[in-house]
Ligand binder design. Sequence first.
Ligand code: FE
Length: 196
Amino acid sequence: MKKEITSRPLEIIADLNGISLKSITEHFKLYEGYVKKTNEIRNKLETVDKSLANAAYSEIGELKRQESFALDGVKLHEIYFGILGGDGKVAGRMAEMIIRDFGSIENWIADMTASGLSARGWVITSYDFAEKIVRNYSADAHNVGIIAGTVPLIALDVYEHAYFMDYGVNRKGYIEAFFKNLNWQKIDAIAKEYGL
Ligand code: FE
């Protein structure tokens, strides 16, 4: 059974439009920390005493709880860093799906922005395989707010660590910069992995 995961390399090598390389490289270290913790937890799960399982407190309970936090932290950051570094020019299959389901890119941006200003962790544009639609969902932590049966395609990190270095408390300025740096070809590549 393959249980260890490895960090993806950071492909951003220069300042983005409104987001500094320093902020990105510091942020990336948090992602690498989640990879490390996921592996540490998975290794401990190999030998933990399952007979002591208990919902109030047990070692396996805590490991399982933190596994979902660490691994969602890995997966969401991989989307986030993977889709930045572009010129923000909206084009392609995902853009068409967003226009179909939101009415326009402007509507989607307005919904992402309001969601981002009111969330405590993430805003995620997901595709729902049951409803066959694209929607934005807020997540107050890596492992809180993910909707079953959906796949995340665009992830906007709104934790303070994502923007305080460049923007202080001006989260809106950071969110505006996020859209200017999206690589829509990379977003389409993620959608393609799911056959969308
Ligand atoms: Fe983050």
